[in-house]
Design a protein around this ligand. Sequence first.
Ligand SMILES: NC(=O)c1ccc[n+]([C@@H]2O[C@H](COP(=O)([O-])OP(=O)(O)OC[C@H]3O[C@@H](n4cnc5c(N)ncnc54)[C@H](O)[C@@H]3O)[C@@H](O)[C@H]2O)c1
Length: 493
Amino acid sequence: MNVVVVGAGYVGLVTAACLAESGNQVVCVDHDQARVALLLAGGVPIYEPGLEDMVQRNLQAGRLTFTQSIREAMAHADVVFIAVGTPPKEDGSADLQHVLTVARQIGQHLQAFAVVVNKSTVPVGTAAAVRSEIHAQLAIRGERGLDVAVVSNPEFLKEGAAIDDFMRPDRIVIGVPDSAEGERARHLLTRLYMPFNRHHDRTVWMDVVSAELTKYAANAMLATRISFMNEMALLADGLGADIDSVRRGIGADQRIGHSFLYAGTGYGGSCFPKDTRALVHAAAARGATMCVVEAVEKVNTAQKQALVTTVRRVFGDKLAGRRFAIWGLAFKPNTDDMREAPSRTVIGALVQMGAQVVAFDPVAQHTAHAALADDLGPAVFAPGGAVQLADNAMDALDGVDALLLLTEWKCFQNPDFLGMGGRMRRKVVFDGRNVYDPAVMQELGFAYVGIGRRNESGRALLNKELAHWVTGDAHHHLTAQARNEAIAQMVAI
Ligand SMILES: NC(=O)c1ccc[n+]([C@@H]2O[C@H](COP(=O)([O-])OP(=O)(O)OC[C@H]3O[C@@H](n4cnc5c(N)ncnc54)[C@H](O)[C@@H]3O)[C@@H](O)[C@H]2O)c1
């Protein structure tokens, strides 16, 4: 089948590569010249495990190519995917300008019947808007015999596991119009998705509007679970309960399940924040209030400040002369995506309070550099500026007052704790992803604060019972043995 995918980002590139891998002839279009040049040279502009190999393999096999020209690409298109960005506008609504531009171009260059698939996350009613835009262009061209079927096929892939999600999806949601064109679309898409449905049919067919809403409902539900657990963690902190025990206790209930129940520093990324806001906005435009989703968003905004609050409780508001290590910058592991990453909020707040920050991420160094320069001004990276990127995780720890773990990359999960302690000025760890076991950290002599994790050193640290240890340098001058005894005494409080 001849497939065009417009947009070579996380969704478009994965869609294009996976459809080429299953034998289709795929042209991927992007208006970004540098991106297209890089892709044609076998490079990949984003970090996604397995993607680069797949792109190169299919380029070499002649099944996949890249172009800036949608006109060229449209010459033999059976199916055209729209996978361009839908960023949030100031008011929280989805900005559809890229989607509608592509629709216009499809109308300008359509040669024969094609199925137009909205893969971008778009508000209810967008398929109808895309169809009108295409029809308007066909009318200008005087093309009365040409038509399209516009369907909604929202994407549910997770960055970091995108190839696997596309190749082995939980479900494929497709909304088709109730018309003869809709039937043609159903027929073509059944064929296109057949390789991903061999084990059993995962396609959930529905009407277009329901498919559009399904994507927002899915993201809102997942975001709700995260905010729910973050709110519970706050209460757990207050009550002296351990949120991880609570998580295991409720997750074992099959009606609840274990996924998306981790308390942390809040969700980020290109989807949950913008999609929850867009949902609230879409409801408001129809006079409705999404009470639950609004609360989810509010809890998340507050949660991004959770570790900042912890730092302030321990070190005060004036952080001049303080140095903090950050492990993890991407909004989650296995991606370089910095969109709405909690690290941006945390680093911004620390810098504003006068701190020095030394950060490390195994993959997102480049994207983080661009995002933080954008947020804080490029001068933060100048010599003597407030932010540095370290070459590796251990180097980030030299002389720091505390380590803040913000992304649960595997490489941070079982580090050389003894080596860490030797490099840090103070053995203080604020764990924004609850990666470490509080009891083990205590045994190792770290003062440890997680999110909703009950433990004595964290409690003592927050209650300033260890203020002398955090603010004074006394232990620096002790012998190793005396220092260990002091820490043992500290963690015994
Ligand atoms: N990233 C995810 O995990 C994810 C998951 C599911 C759904 N989505 C949705 O999919 C859509 C795309 O997201 P993404 O993360 O892939 O975005 P992205 O920003 O990574 O990629 C978008 C690409 O579209 C290109 N583009 C924009 N306008 C264009 C035009 N007029 N012509 C040609 N190319 C154009 C951009 O240059 C960019 O390469 C969004 O609606 C998003 O909400 C994203």
